[in-house]
Design a protein around this ligand. Structure first.
Ligand code: FMN
Length: 366
């Protein structure tokens, strides 16, 4: 049986051992509120690499302090943060996984309480509780969050420079691939969307204007990293609301991303319209990935409730995506990759030798 999920994939100079990738998932665990990774992050990310993931992409990491979703987010705007990420990268490599990181600016959805452990999960932080002024394309609030200040030209230039500078730090820390976060209603997505971008300057208006900031960020990051390093972008391919950013616009944007040196797009959805009715269910975002893969030259990864190895294998075998990302299922079962390799009758190479005795039964069955 062909095992698409277990086949290596090469992007530029990077070959990743398989197509089981762990997507970015915020942990709100930078305990010092300084954006610095801790032992928690070593243990958390290392477990996915040990468990067979091909690539592990670290959570949304702020390129500027005000670009964090919460004060507990990771950051990469200074050297201390870079140094704390180095051992995480080394640990992922020691287990054979590629290390990625998602560079992010949360825009109008920044400065919120983490999703757990606080009085008002997800609500805007007050200044007294350590909150800060948020920025966005226009002074339009997301749902009940505090309204942002519209970025001026200088602020836009600062964001572009911050993405590039964080990318340089990520390269220095040893990451193999970078992802620019342009999904889920965060800053770059906010610029793309006619719902949140009402600007009348060259960063608003038609799709080319709304995509200008994203393309500037991509150009700046691409220019700052080695030629051989893959650059990924995560998008929300639809906002699931009338009049919002949709699949037709996403198709154009993905074509432009390819022209600007992006190597793969991760296809997510939603996050910028509070009332959107999203048809959540197994594989619900995969048709979006398949559409973009078919209409553009761009390799894509599919994500969203692709929880079982056979389901993930099917997405690849039917040509709907080039890579599958498995998020919450890896949180539930950090050996998801090993289990997939065994149930798809792969070899046992993916199992770290000290663990192999624990899998003898399964190996015998295979
Ligand atoms: C705890 C948690 C944190 C998340 N944080 C991020 C994030 O930092 N960046 C991002 O792009 N998506 C984030 N997501 C979305 C996931 O990357 C993924 O797209 C989503 O969970 C759907 O995939 P799944 O069904 O395999 O979990 C998060 C999801 C979860 C469950």
């Amino acid at each position: 049986m062909t095992q698409h999920l277990l086949a290596p994939i090469t992007l530029r100079d990077l070959t990743v051992r398989n197509r089981i990738w762990v997507p970015p998932m915020c942990q709100y665990a930078a305990a010092g509120l300084d954006g610095i990774a801790t032992d928690y992050h070593l243990m958390h990310y290392g477990s996915f690499a040990r468990g067979g993931a091909g690539a592990v992409i670290l959570e949304a990491t702020g390129v500027l302090p005000e670009g964090r979703i919460s004060p507990q987010d990771l950051g990469l705007w200074d050297g201390a943060q870079r140094e704390a990420l180095r051992p995480v990268v080394d640990l992922l490599h020691s287990f054979g996984a590629a290390a990625g990181i998602q560079l992010a600016h949360a825009g109008r959805k920044a400065s919120t309480e983490p999703e757990w452990g606080t009085a008002h999960p997800g609500a805007s932080l007050t200044a007294a509780d350590g909150g800060w002024e948020t920025v966005g394309p226009s002074a339009i609030a997301y749902d009940a969050l505090t309204a942002p200040t519209a970025l001026d030209e200088a602020g836009i230039d600062e964001v572009v420079a911050a993405f590039a500078a964080s990318a340089v730090r990520a390269v220095d820390a040893g990451f193999d691939l970078l992802e620019v976060h342009a999904a889920h209603g965060y800053l770059l997505h906010e610029f793309l969307s006619p719902l949140s971008n009402h600007r009348t300057d060259s960063y608003g208006g038609d799709l080319a204007g709304r995509a200008r900031l994203l393309l500037r960020v991509v150009d700046a990051v691409r220019a700052a990293i080695p030629e051989g390093m893959p650059l990924l972008v995560r998008i929300s391919a639809t906002e699931w609301v009338e009049g919002g950013f949709d699949l037709a616009q996403a198709t154009e944007v993905v074509t432009w991303l390819g022209e600007h040196g992006v190597d793969m797009v991760d296809v997510s959805s939603g996050g910028n319209a509070a009332g959107a009715r999203i048809p959540v269910g197994p594989g619900y975002q995969t048709p979006l990935a398949a559409h973009l893969r078919e209409r553009t030259e761009m390799p894509v990864s599919a994500v969203g409730m692709l929880d079982t190895p056979f389901q993930a294998e099917h997405v690849l075998a039917t040509g709907q995506a080039d890579v599958v990302r498995v998020g919450r299922a890896f949180l539930r079962a950090p050996n998801w990759g090993i289990d997939a390799a065994l149930s798809l009758r792969g070899d046992n190479e993916i199992i770290p030798p000290p663990y192999r005795r624990a899998f003898r039964q399964q190996l015998r069955r295979g």
